[in-house]
Design a protein around this ligand. Structure first.
Ligand SMILES: [Fe+2]
Length: 389
């Protein structure tokens, strides 16, 4: 067990108009030859062109604009030979999938082999071609984290290493103004759950030392996750119903960014472990899988973190009255899921009762999540999953 906590944030440039600072950030790090990774959607809405116009003349930019949503390891492996490795930086522009694609690609461009060789914690042997991120959603917070997520052998897994934490991110809420309501909803639920689970996770003094900074909850992460929760809870519904509301977009943008920074130092928990397993078994966005696993994960953890549930319930209600019950937190989360028409059970995403054991098996291998879950996993979980499906 470790009593020592490390805080190692990446540099961030944040605010409306921050994108204008991107050339300075690249210039100051001497990044001239850049591989820009994005997806067809970002290319079609003009954001790619906007970035290319900013970089024109001063940088040598190659573009890969075909990053798939929710990538498989083979999607990344396929691109390794295509680009060589003489880049100064990889620039991930887009949602979590594009940023994770850049983080995954830099591993195999820098160290060879296949992405599957690096699944787990701390397996990247040394520095990589640096990654710069420009997020266009308010969701994963991947611009702040040391993990690239992808599907491999039917399970969503991650390669986690401090070497792949982006060196700088430019977070401009303006880029999220045109996001459709469903993308705002699904990516925003991910951010909300990052804030919740990083706040709730096991205290760092009870987590053994690891090669990555998923250390359990600690003084750095706690402040960040609570502030992230406050921003996200206060902006989420408005950002979905009125996407042109700049204050709500700003709240989601800073909230998701802080949540990413928080959980990259604390880790997450069971809701994410279940959702990653579910995401490998059904074809649905990460945010929807998280919503579908919220009931099972939070109810299982209730007895390990009653006080923290009360704190979050009090935040949600925003009143000065007596403490709310811990169940109020779960009830409010489930009401939100229902109001937003998100799936509330894995069966809403077509998982069957007979899939419970496989869901559990795939959850138990999500070591990076399980180690920081507030309650150790025991035999009750299988019956909770069966009931919750
Ligand atoms: Fe997530």
């Amino acid at each position: 067990m470790s009593q020592i906590v490390t805080f190692s944030p990446a540099a961030s440039i944040f605010g409306f108009g921050a994108l204008e600072k991107l050339p300075n950030e690249l210039e100051s790090r001497n990044f001239k030859h850049v591989l820009l990774i994005t997806d067809p959607q970002i290319a079609s809405v003009g954001i790619l062109q906007k970035v290319l116009d900013l970089l024109k003349g001063s940088f040598d930019v190659e573009v890969f604009d075909d990053a798939p949503t929710e990538p498989h390891s083979s999607d990344v492996d396929k691109q390794k030979e295509r680009f060589g490795s003489d880049f100064d930086a990889l620039l991930g522009l887009g949602g979590g999938s594009s940023m994770d694609f850049a983080k995954a690609l830099t591993i195999i461009m820098s160290h060879g082999g296949a992405l599957g060789d690096y699944v787990g914690e701390g397996l990247v042997p040394g520095p990589v071609i640096p990654v710069v991120c420009v997020p266009t959603t308010s969701g994963t917070g991947s611009q702040n984290t040391q993990t690239a997520v992808f599907t491999i052998e039917g399970v969503k897994r991650g390669a986690s290493s401090e070497h792949i934490r982006p060196v700088v991110s430019v977070v401009d809420p303006e880029l999220t103004m045109g996001l459709p309501p469903m993308v705002t909803r699904d990516s925003g639920y991910d951010a909300l759950m990052h804030a919740c689970e990083s706040f709730l996770c096991r205290p760092s003094a009870q987590v053994s030392e690891r090669p990555i900074l998923y250390q359990g909850s600690n003084p750095f992460s706690q402040g960040l996750s609570l502030e992230a929760f406050r921003y996200i809870w206060g902006s989420y519904r408005t950002a979905i119903s009125d996407g042109s509301n700049r204050e709500a977009r700003m709240g989601m943008s800073i909230g998701s960014h802080l949540a990413g920074l928080a959980f990259s130092h604390s880790g997450l928990g069971l809701v994410h472990a279940l959702a990653s397993s579910l995401g490998g078994m059904v074809d649905a966005p990460h945010g929807m899988c998280l919503a579908a696993c919220t009931r099972i994960g939070l109810k299982y953890n209730l007895k390990a973190c009653e006080e923290k549930f009360v704190m979050l319930a009090n935040y949600m209600e925003g009143d000065d009255g007596p403490n709310h019950s811990p169940d109020r937190f779960i009830d409010n989360m489930l009401a939100l899921i229902s109001d937003l028409d998100l799936p509330s059970r894995p069966s809403d995403l077509d998982l069957k009762k007979e899939d419970a054991e496989r869901l559990l098996e795939n959850t138990l291998i999500q070591i990076r999540r399980i180690k920081t879950n507030p309650r150790p996993l025991d035999d009750e979980l299988l019956s909770d999953i069966e009931k919750g499906i």
